[in-house]
Ligand binder design. Structure first.
Ligand SMILES: C=C1C[C@]23C[C@@]1(O)CC[C@H]2[C@@]12CC[C@H](O)[C@@](C)(C(=O)O1)[C@H]2[C@@H]3C(=O)O
Ligand SMILES: O=C(O)CCC(=O)C(=O)O
Ligand SMILES: [Fe+2]
Length: 326
C-alpha cells in the first residue's frame, strides 16, 4: 500500500499500487446453471477458488437493470438526503466507513436487512416506493438463485439430502443481508499510478454471497497462491463467493475467497450483493456426510450468532476463521 500526501478527497482511504491491467482472472470458472454438469462444475470451482461466474441463472435482466437504475437514482441524491437514510449500522446508508472498527473505502452504500424474501415492511430505508419495489423483486429472485446454487453444491459434493446446505438460507429465520455499493470515480488519482481501495480485502462471513455489478470492473479475488486477479465485469452474470461459514460446513473443502474492490479513476461501479447466512442459532460445524472415515473437524464448534458477533467486532482484513481453528 502507498500513502499519498495532499490528496484531501481521498484522505483516510488506503491506496493501492495500480494492479497490473493484464492480470485478469483468465482461468475464471464460468458455470451455466441450465446445464446438467453445473453441480460438479460448481463444487469444483468452490474447491479451487471459492468463486465462480454464473450464467443462464434465470433472473430477468430487466429486474437487475431496474434495481441498478433505482440505485443510481438514490446515490445521485444530494448528500443531505442520503444522510437521512443513515447511519448504516445496523442498517441504512453509509459513506466511506465500513463496519464499526475503523475500515474506510472509496464508496457509499446501503446495507439492508432481508426478512424472508423481501425488505422488512417496518424498515423505513429506502423510502422511495419504486426503489423498494425493485429491491423486493430482485431480492426474491437472487435468493432463489442462492438456494438453487446451494442445492447444486450439495449434489456436486455427492451428499444427501438435496437441501443439506440450501435449507440453511431457505429456512424461516435465516440471517440474510443485502447490500448496494456505489464506488464513485476517484478522479483525484488519475494518472498517479495508484488506485483507491473501494472495499478492502476480506472474506464474507456468511455461507454464500451472490453479486451482480454494472459494467465497471474493480472486483479482485486472491487465488490460493495469494496472487490477486481482476474479475472482468459482466452485467448479465452473477458472481458467487463461498463465505467463511460454508468453508467450515465443508471442513475446508470449499474455500472462503478473499476479495476486494479497487475504485476506478474514471467510471462508477455499482454492485448489489445478497449475503445468505443461516439462523443465528444454527450450529456451524462440518456436515457429517462430508467427513471421511476418521476425519476430524478442523474447527471449534460455534453458532452463526457467535461467529457473526466475532466478525462484526473484527477489522475487515482480519483472518476471522483463524480464531475458530482447532
Ligand atoms: C469491518 C467489517 C464490515 C463487515 C463487518 C466487519 O466488522 C467485518 C465483516 C464485514 C462484512 C463483509 C461482508 C459484508 O459486506 C458485510 C455486510 C458482512 O456481513 O461482513 C460486511 C460487514 C459490514 O459492512 O458491516
Ligand atoms: O462491491 C463489490 O463488488 C464487492 C463488495 C463486497 O465484497 C462486500 O460488500 O462484501
Ligand atoms: Fe465481500
Amino acid at each position: 500500500m502507498v500513502v499519498l500526501a495532499g490528496t484531501p478527497a481521498v484522505d483516510h482511504i488506503p491506496l493501492l499500487r495500480s494492479p497490473d491491467p493484464g492480470d485478469n482472472f483468465s482461468g475464471m470458472p464460468v458455470v451455466d446453471l441450465s446445464r446438467p454438469g453445473a453441480p460438479r462444475a460448481i463444487a469444483d470451482a468452490c474447491e479451487r477458488f471459492g468463486f465462480f461466474k454464473l450464467v443462464n441463472h434465470g433472473v430477468a435482466l430487466d429486474a437487475m437493470d431496474r434495481l441498478e437504475s433505482e440505485a443510481v437514482r438514490f446515490f445521485s441524491l444530494p448528500q443531505a438526503d442520503k444522510d437521512r437514510s443513515g447511519p448504516a449500522y445496523p442498517f441504512g446508508y453509509g459513506s466511506k466507513r465500513i463496519g464499526l472498527n475503523g475500515d474506510m473505502g472509496w464508496l457509499e452504500y446501503l446495507l439492508l436487512a432481508v426478512d424472508s424474501a423481501s425488505l422488512p415492511a417496518a424498515s423505513a430505508v429506502p423510502s422511495c416506493a419504486l426503489f423498494r419495489a425493485a429491491l423486493n423483486e430482485y431480492i426474491a429472485a437472487v435468493r432463489k438463485v442462492a438456494v438453487r446454487v446451494m442445492e447444486a453444491m450439495a449434489e456436486g459434493l455427492g451428499i444427501a439430502p438435496a437441501d443439506a446446505l440450501s435449507a440453511m438460507v431457505a429456512a424461516e429465520g435465516s440471517d440474510q443481508v443485502f447490500r448496494v455499493n456505489h464506488y464513485p470515480p476517484c478522479h483525484a488519482l488519475q494518472g498517479l499510478g495508484c488506485s483507491a481501495t473501494g472495499f478492502g480485502e476480506h472474506t464474507d462471513p456468511q455461507l454464500i454471497s451472490v453479486l451482480r455489478s454494472n459494467g465497471t470492473s474493480g472486483l479482485q479475488i486472491a487465488l490460493q497462491s495469494g496472487h490477486w486477479v481482476s474479475v472482468p465485469s459482466d452485467r448479465d452474470a452473477f458472481f458467487v463467493n463461498v463465505g467463511d461459514s460454508l468453508q467450515v460446513l465443508t471442513n475446508g473443502r470449499f474455500k472462503s475467497v478473499k476479495h476486494r474492490v479497487v475504485a476506478n479513476s474514471l467510471k462508477s461501479r455499482v454492485s448489489m450483493i445478497y449475503f445468505g447466512g443461516p439462523a443465528l442459532t444454527q450450529r456451524i460445524a462440518p456436515l457429517p456426510q462430508l467427513l471421511r472415515e476418521g476425519e476430524q473437524s478442523l474447527y471449534k464448534d460455534f453458532t452463526w450468532g457467535e461467529y457473526k458477533k466475532a466478525a462484526y467486532n473484527s477489522r475487515l482484513g482480519d483472518n476471522r476463521l483463524a480464531h475458530f481453528h482447532r
